[in-house]
Design a protein around this ligand. Structure first.
Ligand code: AMP
Ligand code: ZN
Length: 429
């Protein structure tokens, strides 16, 4: 295995031995904050008496509300002058969740990110265009410093503005991009509208993440551009991107367990679930100096993929994020994830990337509407063909969801588009 960091070659024993050592150090640091000092005291855990990772599970979880409660500096373990940057988690309303980084933290993060990119073959010779929003969102600077760390010529293109993205890609010969799944397919059709075959560019690899997407969407992006697409997972609370990343096997994301402790729990009971079972991911930072976070409930639902990866790395793999526990919709008493809808839609080649789910209540009954943009405009005129696909999609959705949504196909660029993470659901109930 060609590796960037020696930790990629560690066996399980080495990984776990290191976790214990780093965890002790992390607890020592965390105990510098009143918040964690109290929690450690109350649960009877100290860096000195921590003998196994099992002991650590006595510590209560940290929730998003806990982090809000400590905003802005409550969890700082260094004087404020030691911080060199901050980021916020996206999409939150009210008090944000903010993370502050020391220079050491930024270096660790850039190394982790570089390791991810290196794993999928990104090298110094690549031209790396980062198409995610910069600013407070970690997908900008986080990925940027990882690519620079590898020595890539890095283009901080930012989000949106397809015309400029395309010009940069063509002029500088971009070979690797970081891009949101919802934007990737849109960019493909934009290229076509400029008369450029998306397969003809020098692009060869894309890191796609920051929001849930399905295997069908991955394959579609791969085919549109004739490139390889790798799933990238992270969250601001754990630095940002670089927590989990797919290897060339494209079969789950390795979570870097030398830098994070990974647990999957039953969200109701808080108990750890067996490998292979879906639950909520809980993460602990092991290498963060300025703001360690212990047993953080991410609200992201996934499972550990049992068994070893063919690539040889022993860091455990998580499956695609199914969604956040708070993404789940209850419609007519049935639990539904937007991803289930996407999976079905993407099976229809006639359907473009953008879709929207709207939930309404009329006469005390839930109604679910699914609107999807159609790829080929000429279709819109062919009433029978259109109705025929609508019916097929309705049937497929009913089979998957057990309820019958109202499906309507609309022309391209009709549904609202965001520059950041896509908004797939409008709940008017
Ligand atoms: P942020 O608030 O900007 O830090 O966003 C972090 C959240 O984005 C995570 O908790 C996930 O819900 C979501 N996310 C990030 N990467 C992925 C991914 N590859 N697949 C699905 N969801 C993701
Ligand atoms: Zn692997």
């Amino acid at each position: 295995m060609e590796y960037f960091n020696i930790a990629e070659t560690w066996d399980r024993q080495t990984i776990e031995a290191n976790q214990l050592i780093r965890l002790r150090g992390t607890l020592e640091r965390a105990a510098l904050t009143p918040f964690y000092a109290k929690r450690l005291r109350e649960s009877g855990i100290s860096p000195q008496n921590l003998n196994s990772l099992e002991d650590f599970r006595k510590l209560p979880f940290t929730t998003k509300d806990d982090l809000r409660g400590q905003y802005p500096y409550g969890l700082a373990t260094v004087p404020h002058s030691e911080f060199v940057r901050m980021h916020c988690s996206s999409g939150t309303t009210g008090t944000p969740v903010a993370v502050c980084y020391t220079q050491l933290d930024l270096n660790t993060w850039a190394d982790l990110m570089a390791r991810c990119l290196h794993m999928v073959g990104v090298r110094k010779s690549d031209v790396f265009q980062n198409m995610s929003g910069y600013g407070l969102f970690t997908g900008g600077l986080g990925i940027h410093f990882g690519a620079e760390r590898l020595g890539c010529m890095t283009i901080p293109a930012g989000a949106g503005n397809s015309r400029r993205q395309i010009k940069l890609m063509m002029d500088f010969g971009t070979t690797a991009v970081h891009i949101l799944p919802s934007y990737a397919l849109y960019l493909g059709s934009e290229l076509e509208s400029y008369g450029i075959d998306p397969k003809s560019t020098s692009l060869r690899v894309a890191m796609v993440g920051a929001e849930p997407y399905t295997e069908e969407t991955r394959r579609r992006i791969e085919q549109t551009f004739n490139i390889r697409v790798y799933n990238s997972y992270g969250l601001s609370e754990m630095n940002g991107p670089g927590v989990g990343f797919e290897c060339p096997e494209q079969n789950g994301m390795h979570v870097w367990e030398d830098a994070y402790i990974l647990e999957i729990i039953n969200p109701e009971t808080g108990e750890e679930v067996p490998d292979g079972e879906i639950g909520e991911m809980v993460l602990t930072t092991l290498c963060r100096q300025g703001m360690p976070i212990l047993r953080y409930r991410t609200r992201d639902l996934t499972r550990i993929i049992p068994g070893e990866c063919a690539c040889g790395r022993k860091h455990r793999r998580i499956d695609r994020i199914l969604g956040r526990s708070d993404d789940m919709l209850i419609v007519k008493g049935v639990n539904i994830y937007p991803q289930q809808v996407e999976r079905i839609l993407m099976k229809f080649p006639e359907i473009d990337a953008n879709y929207l789910i709207t939930l309404e209540r009329t006469n005390n009954r839930d109604n679910m509407k699914v609107q999807a943009e159609i790829r080929d405009e000429s279709f819109i005129e062919d009433f029978h063909a259109l109705k025929n696909i609508e019916e097929k999609i309705t049937r497929a959705l009913r089979e998957e969801l057990l309820i019958t949504p109202k499906v309507s196909l609309v022309p391209k660029n009709v549904l609202p588009k965001t520059e950041g993470k896509a908004k797939r659901v409008i709940d008017l109930r």
